[in-house]
Design a binder for this molecule. Structure first.
Ligand SMILES: NC(=O)c1ccc[n+]([C@@H]2O[C@H](COP(=O)([O-])OP(=O)(O)OC[C@H]3O[C@@H](n4cnc5c(N)ncnc54)[C@H](O)[C@@H]3O)[C@@H](O)[C@H]2O)c1
Length: 411
């Protein structure tokens, strides 16, 4: 079996992809890069594998002999690194999010097209058991045409926020707007239906007390109300509401399918309920099927993170590189269909809640409008198009907020 040689940038989240390579037979991790020398050293001891070379500098790392790079660096810095890797002839698996603004979105798409290399987007929630089963069922026509759906990715990260942000007021997690980290709730419906989002209206939460304790300078949660190309409507909610929830529900023209609510304690997003008729208009009685869907290679994936979905991101990427045409990866256009609703939901919020058109970046003409659009909430990316991450104005917390958080960092 030819093993794909993989390099990993970012040793925290990237450790999950390293683990895949160490355990699965189809890939080998050959290089790991992180500018955080202490963290890198710790992982080196943990992995205890002499065949891996460690780098603290990306420019040295990218010269290493490898087929593909996994980008698990900062969430708003993926696009320039992806472009650099593609230009060096490497395939790319990018963690969420794909880019920070529209200029980067256009540049990323065009770099992928020019390179001829594989770009895959690591939106793992699409590969959790229930949403992945929903994709299979939807494509078989089980519930008919998509009419309405809801997706929730609610994660109260307060207890781990000091570590997740290094108690740094400039960390991306403290500066992203409420609608930025949107692809865990939007990604599954895009991957299930294959439909393109065309319009969005956004909502952001108020500045709740948790935000102040965490030093997060934006609303804790965001909502996107999305219209799809077939007229279907989807409600996406994501962020730091108090109690966690990962849940998906899809209504079609002859049925409904949804995952279990976590509070029901029956397996959460690992369990699916399908209530579908044979034909549109039959409507005789509820025919409810309830089961735990199994994946193709479920044994190996079982103890990987996020309900085993972390396994499938790497598995499909590596299998694609090994020539398996039907390997289920999320390409750059689909990645944008997952990212753009969040980007334009914030435009909607800033403009007072108006619906905003979502461009189709597959079209070169539509790209031209956004070629120089750096609008975003990350100062180093936006230049003179910077907008604050809270729509009601710039939020600055006193230094003491971050000093308190520093005391909580678990070394
Ligand atoms: N899909 C998921 O379920 C999931 C879960 C957690 C994190 N993530 C994503 O993974 C990525 C990383 O998140 P994280 O939780 O590890 O935290 P993080 O973003 O704080 O960590 C990024 C790591 O990359 C390193 N890094 C950044 N820029 C670098 C550079 N130029 N050269 C070398 N090293 C560099 C940092 O030192 C750090 O260790 C983010 O994109 C995040 O969105 C995804």
């Amino acid at each position: 079996m030819n093993k794909i040689k993989v390099g990993v940038l970012g040793v925290q989240r990237g450790a999950s992809m390293v683990r895949y390579c160490l355990e699965a037979g189809n890939a080998q991790v050959v290089a790991i890069c992180d500018k955080w020398a202490e963290g890198l050293e710790k992982k080196k001891k943990e992995f205890n594998d002499d065949s891996i070379t460690y780098y603290t500098d990306f420019e040295d790392f990218i010269k290493h002999d490898m087929d593909a790079v996994v980008l698990a660096n900062y969430a708003h810095e993926h696009a320039p690194f992806a472009i650099r890797c593609l230009k060096e002839g490497k395939h790319v698996l990018s963690e969420v999010l794909p880019c920070a603004n529209m200029k980067e979105a256009v540049e990323l798409i065009e770099a992928v097209e020019e390179s001829g290399k594989v770009y895959a987007y690591a939106e793992n929630y699409c590969f959790m058991s229930a949403p992945y089963e929903m994709k299979k069922l939807y494509r078989q026509g089980k519930i008919g045409e998509f009419e309405y759906g809801e997706g929730e990715y609610i994660h109260n990260c307060e207890s781990g926020w000091a570590n997740l942000t290094d108690a740094d007021p400039n960390h991306w997690r403290n500066n992203m707007p409420s609608t930025f980290y949107c692809t865990h709730s939007i990604g599954p419906i895009v991957h299930i239906t294959g439909l393109r989002p065309i319009k969005v209206t956004g909502y952001e939460s108020g500045m709740v007390t948790r935000s102040r304790r965490m030093g997060r300078k934006s609303g804790q949660f965001g909502i996107e109300m999305i219209e799809f190309e077939n007229g279907g409507i989807y409600k996406s909610v994501h962020g730091g509401l108090y109690k966690n929830s990962v849940w998906y529900c899809v209504y079609g023209s002859k049925g409904r399918m949804e995952s279990a609510r976590e509070d029901a304690q029956v397996g959460g997003v690992g369990k699916i309920y399908v209530n579908a008729d044979e034909y549109d208009g039959q409507y005789e009685r509820d025919i409810i099927e309830c089961y735990d869907p199994a994946h193709e290679v479920s044994e190996q994936s079982a103890d990987f993170g996020h309900g085993g979905s972390d396994y499938y991101i790497m598995y499909n990427f590596v299998e694609k590189l090994r020539g398996r045409e039907d390997a289920d990866i999320i390409d750059v256009y689909e990645a944008m269909d997952m990212f753009l609703p969040g980007q334009f939901a914030y435009t909607s919020i800033v403009e007072g809640g108006v619906p905003v058109e979502i461009p189709n970046l597959r079209s070169k003409e539509e790209r031209d409008r956004y070629r120089n659009d750096t609008t975003c909430c990350f100062k180093d990316k936006a230049g003179d198009m910077y907008i604050p991450s809270y729509s009601k104005g710039e939020v600055e917390f006193p230094e003491s907020v971050y000093e308190e958080l520093k005391k909580k960092i678990d070394k």
